[in-house]
Design a protein around this ligand. Sequence first.
Ligand SMILES: [Zn+2]
Length: 80
Amino acid sequence: MPETEIDGERVPYIAVGNGELTERLRDCEPCPKCGDLLPVEYGERVLADGTKVPDRQLAFVKCASCGLYLVGINGKRWPP
Ligand SMILES: [Zn+2]
């Protein structure tokens, strides 16, 4: 995975092209490691004043056995 440097810390990143993701994200997605079907969860966006609001840009599954995995971007399944 490529990395960039932010405030002296190496941070991994992904780049997704327009139209690269086509498959619609479902309410439940499999854990990428063990395959268990899990509910999709979303994060929050922090506004300039520090307020946190729900944000559906990035979607995750939390597997009790394997950990937290990114499974969707902007309503589309990741990885494609
Ligand atoms: Zn798992």
